[in-house]
Design a protein around this ligand. Structure first.
Ligand SMILES: NC(=O)c1ccc[n+]([C@@H]2O[C@H](COP(=O)([O-])OP(=O)(O)OC[C@H]3O[C@@H](n4cnc5c(N)ncnc54)[C@H](O)[C@@H]3O)[C@@H](O)[C@H]2O)c1
Length: 333
């Protein structure tokens, strides 16, 4: 079987999931990885027995590479994505597609010129909890949407300890893409008006200049969605994420609460009860298990079978546009 030759640029926390997925997927052949942090590049190269580079141009110039995952920080997607598309690579880019609309527009324009795949990694479209709710919704089991409430927040150690670039992102860019996309995916419509409020103070006291929390109301005319995100949940909270989604329909309701469907681990060593979020990515028998790997495999399948991804370039663009409008609403009051 002819395999799709691929590469990963940005091999940090999430890029490693792309690396692991390509390395173990039978339709993919991981040719090279790239990270500007040579220590990290070397570490991943050794762990997954793959060549590395610190210069992404080495990936774009490699004629045999057909598919590239871009998992660099939120603000650092556009130049790499456009360079890959110009060099006829299919691209899977991490969410958010960009942290401003201009960058997203440039990327979508380049994908049209190059006639190559540009897919944003909205992995909740592959999350079995949401796939199940969407099936029920599409069958008309709960009627039309009356309103949606969704919350996706992180513990404060995510912005303070995981990343050096948190001040260039924020809960609105890092977390809202998921729940904004869920609302657009379920409703298949676009908001007419957006109202939002955001607060700063806690993160900025640690010199991370971004919002602590944001709440937005998206008014679609016939229904509305209230979205909430925070990056300041205390470290004593047992889970890294706080994820809740509720769709109130005219004939029923759909709810998923990820605070309930979790493992619970208490140990004297950690001195704290912990609820690991294992449904996204958990290696089992050295293979990636969980919904985070599914869009990466779908991306390869689309190239392999010459079909279009279920996530269009415009899905990524609309997402950025909505989040930019949320910021505009906060700033203009
Ligand atoms: N961490 C998560 O839970 C998560 C989940 C979903 C999606 N994402 C998304 O994935 C992307 C990456 O996030 P992460 O958590 O892996 O961040 P990270 O900071 O752990 O990794 C980013 C990596 O990109 C590298 N990098 C930066 N600029 C580069 C360049 N020009 N060329 C090559 N490498 C470069 C950095 O050295 C780093 O190793 C972000 O857009 C993020 O929103 C993260």
């Amino acid at each position: 079987m002819e395999k799709i030759k691929c590469a990963v640029i940005g091999t940090g926390i999430f890029g490693e999931i792309h690396v692991h997925t390509y390395k173990t997927y039978d339709r993919a052949e991981l040719v090279k990885i790239c990270d500007i942090n040579e220590k990290r590049a070397k570490e991943i190269s050794k762990k997954y027995s793959v060549k590395y580079t610190t210069d992404y141009k080495e990936i774009s110039e490699d004629k045999e590479i057909q598919a590239v995952s871009v998992a660099t920080p939120d603000f650092a997607h556009k130049d790499i994505v456009c360079e890959m598309l110009k060099n006829e690579k299919n691209v899977l880019v991490e969410k958010p597609m960009a942290t401003n609309l201009k960058d997203a527009e440039q990327m979508v324009k380049q994908s049209k010129l190059s006639k190559k795949i540009l897919m944003t990694d909205f992995h909740n479209r592959f999350n079995p909890f949401f796939v199940n709710l969407k099936e029920s919704f599409d069958k008309g089991e709960v009627g039309n949407i009356s309103f949606i409430y969704a919350r996706l927040s992180d513990r404060i150690d995510v912005p303070l300890k995981w990343f050096t670039w948190s001040g260039k992102s924020g809960p609105h860019w890092f977390l809202f893409p998921h729940i904004v996309d869920l609302v657009i995916w379920f409703s298949n419509s676009l908001p007419k008006r957006i109202y939002a409020i955001g607060k700063k103070g806690v993160l900025s006291s640690y010199e991370v200049d971004t919002y602590d929390s944001v709440t937005a109301i998206l008014d679609f005319g016939k229904f509305y969605a209230t979205l909430e995100t925070s990056w300041i949940i205390p470290e004593s909270w047992p889970s890294i994420v706080d994820f809740y989604f509720k769709l109130e329909g005219t004939k029923g309701r759909l709810i998923v609460d990820f605070n309930e469907f979790v493992n619970k681990i208490s140990s004297d060593i950690k001195k704290q009860t912990f609820f690991p979020f294992i449904v996204g990515y958990t290696p089992v028998d050295d293979k990636p298990f969980g919904f985070a790997s599914l869009p990466i495999q779908h991306f390869i399948d689309c190239i392999f079978e010459n079909k279009k991804p279920i996530i269009t370039p415009e899905d990524g663009l609309i997402n950025v546009k909505i989040i930019e409008k949320i910021i505009e609403s906060i700033e203009k009051g």
